[in-house]
Design a binder for this molecule. Structure first.
Ligand code: SUG
Length: 442
């Protein structure tokens, strides 16, 4: 069993629209021109780094944007150029920016996954996230389902439809899920930020996105029942400080958990329960606020680092380059490597285009644990290697603009360029027709 990291590639409309309330980086950089080409090349460089460390690396394609199917559902009509012009004219481009977001690049929010060793039917289960808290993200689910159903089409996999979309079952995917395992077995943390049907005190400043009800439904759907499932609440104080997803303050893999004390409410009890279930093999690196101020954890994203399994079973930690500068965060990361934890390498990666939207290294990938037999039954050419890397770099350089403003978004040529690029990409990735604009897409 090995983690395959499915990284999302920023699409040709990557920009900074300030669409996510409670995501402080995205709000701070609202209105800055985007550089889709640089963002996509950074993402490919990240995949190259992880691959060189020995990670099993794969890729998920971007989605067509601006999303004219959504605009037409909202009553805009006529030619594509007319739809774009009229949508842009409505509110100074606010709606057009919303349906142009390349947010599907943060694939930690694409789905929640249970590996085959944990499920009742011995299949890998994936549930596409409905992302219903944020409109610009909710429109991803339909195409994400089509893409995942194509790649995971073998009967070894089950790709569930998104949970019914509403406030009650608001689901943000793997960003709120951590799976830990020792020789005693596996435990899944299905974290949540607010409860709708039960009483729970949520955050007061920023929205909590994942509901308790959605997390319970995911555990049920994946057959993770009994004491293998824990449902910790995200600390409302953490959400109010900008930790809109659990993975902003906590990460874990195998027998290692690294977290800030504001990740979960009653964090001591969460750790104690994990120790009871998983025994002494579990290693926890906890940062108190006295060690890392919450504001630093949220702005420098050390807990959104990616853990990579090395060939010898040890782990490498890949942190955003923002966390490299001397200070409490860097001292903590150095401490994790120096202490007897499973982590013995620390790397930094520049994903600044994504960081400006609140997306660190871990947000950019969906981790899917697969057996060798499952890995070879993936459809399409999605596993990253040197040849695919070269082709994708050429493809980005050919199709992506290096500056993106509202003027670009309202340019019908940009939309057309995007369709041409994605059509070519589906051929490179051997995925067939997966998008609605490709006539025989299902
Ligand atoms: O949903 N940002 C994304 C960032 C997602 C990060 N994912 C994880 N933590 N796993 C979000 O808030 C901002 C887009 C903009 O404002 O242009 C945005 O959607």
């Amino acid at each position: 069993m090995r983690v395959v990291c499915f990284d999302g590639l920023p699409g040709p409309t990557h920009g900074h629209a300030g669409l996510s309330a409670g995501n402080l980086a995205a709000t701070r950089h609202a209105g800055e021109p985007g550089n889709p080409r640089a963002a996509a090349l950074q993402s490919l460089a990240k995949m190259r780094l992880l691959s060189s460390l020995g990670a099993a690396q794969a890729i998920l394609p971007p989605q067509p944007r601006p999303d004219l199917f959504t605009l037409r559902r909202l009553g805009y009509s006529g030619s594509d150029a007319e739809v774009i012009r009229d949508a842009c004219g409505t509110d100074d481009g606010a709606l057009l920016r919303t349906v142009s977001s390349a947010s599907a690049m943060w694939t930690a929010n694409a789905a929640t996954v249970a590996p085959s060793c944990d499920t009742a039917d011995g299949r890998v289960h994936l549930t596409v996230a409905n992302l219903s808290s944020m409109f610009h993200r909710s429109i991803e689910a339909h195409t994400t389902l089509a893409i995942l159903r194509r790649i995971f089409s073998d009967p070894r996999f089950v790709v569930h439809e998104p949970l019914p979309g509403s406030d009650l079952f608001s689901d943000e995917g793997a960003a709120n899920h951590i799976r830990l395992q020792t020789s005693r077995g596996a435990v899944h943390l299905f974290a949540w930020g607010r409860a709708v049907l039960e009483a729970a005190v949520g955050p007061s400043v920023h929205p909590a996105r994942q509901t308790r009800e959605a997390s319970s439904a995911l555990a049920r759907l994946h057959g993770i029942t009994g004491d293998r499932a824990l449902f910790p609440q995200q600390d409302p104080f953490g959400i109010d400080a900008g930790a809109f997803h659990t993975d902003v303050l906590a990460l874990g893999l195998g027998r290692f958990l690294m977290l800030h004390e504001r990740a979960f409410l009653d964090v001591e009890r969460v750790i104690e329960t994990l120790r009871e279930k998983l025994g002494g093999e579990l290693v926890v690196s906890l940062a108190r606020e006295s060690e890392i101020p919450l504001a630093d954890a949220v702005s420098l994203y050390p807990f959104n680092s990616e853990l990579v399994e090395l060939d010898d079973g040890r782990l490498a930690l890949v942190a955003p380059s923002e966390a490299e500068q001397p200070g409490p965060v860097r001292r903590f990361l150095d401490r994790v490597v120096a202490e007897p934890t499973p982590v013995d390498q620390l790397h930094f990666v520049d994903v600044s285009s994504s960081m400006k939207n609140g997306g660190g290294p871990a947000c950019l990938r969906l981790a899917v644990s697969l057996t060798e037999a499952e890995r070879v039954s993936l459809s399409g050419r999605v596993l990253f290697d040197a040849a695919l890397d070269r082709e994708l770099v050429r493809w980005v350089e050919k199709h992506y603009r290096d500056q993106l403003t509202l003027d670009d978004l309202r340019d019908p040529a940009l939309h057309q360029e995007g369709l041409t690029a994605l059509d070519e990409l589906t051929q490179i990735l051997e995925l067939g027709s997966i998008y609605e604009f490709q006539s025989d897409a299902t």
